[in-house]
Write a protein of this length. Sequence first.
Length: 235
Amino acid sequence: MRSYRWMEMGRGWLAYRTVEGVPGAVGEPPMVLLHGGGGDGTTWDALAPTFAQRRTVYLPDLRGMGRSDRVGPYSLTVLRDDLLALLDRWQLDRVVLVGHSLGGVATLLATQLAPQRVAALVLEECPPPVPLGFTIPTGLPDSAPYYDREIRPFVLAELNAPDPARWEALAAIPVPTLVLAGGPTSHLPQEAMAEMTARIPAGRLVTLPTGHHIHPNAPDAFRTAVESFLTDSAA
């Protein structure tokens, strides 16, 4: 994988890496893999080379996490806008967006705002836009060195009281969408995730009962589900 590069975001910088598609591979839309809260792009390292056999893969670190700068304000729409700004920086017109958890929310909101830029959407254990009742902690343990402690209260408050328009907007998503659910050991409401999928016109739900962290817990099953979906949707 290439070393880190950075994109300026006002008072700070967003870090990202790329994995070039294998020479001679069938050209497909580039893929952006967006990690969950408290993580960074390295969570995809075991999967990125396989996905890159058919396309170029981009691995950003969300604002305030990984090697990106700790620069507020933090909100779900800010993370969405960062993602769209990265697409501009990379000069990508049409991509496959794959997001885990908080990264899934960012990819979902980006798709709702700019659907013409998304060939297909994969949401891994993405919190549905319904009140979730999360406990909002006052801080994080010292074991989270790559996480700005200011992020969590803001994003959890938004997830607990989402704008109702976001639920209504699901019905207008025009792109093929795969929702990967982690099953009964996940902390997210699986029934609401199924209802979210049903509202998306081209939504498909697949449950891989590994809990919230599907791609690190079951990378082969995750890859198979994603590649089968992309093949079926011709994305």
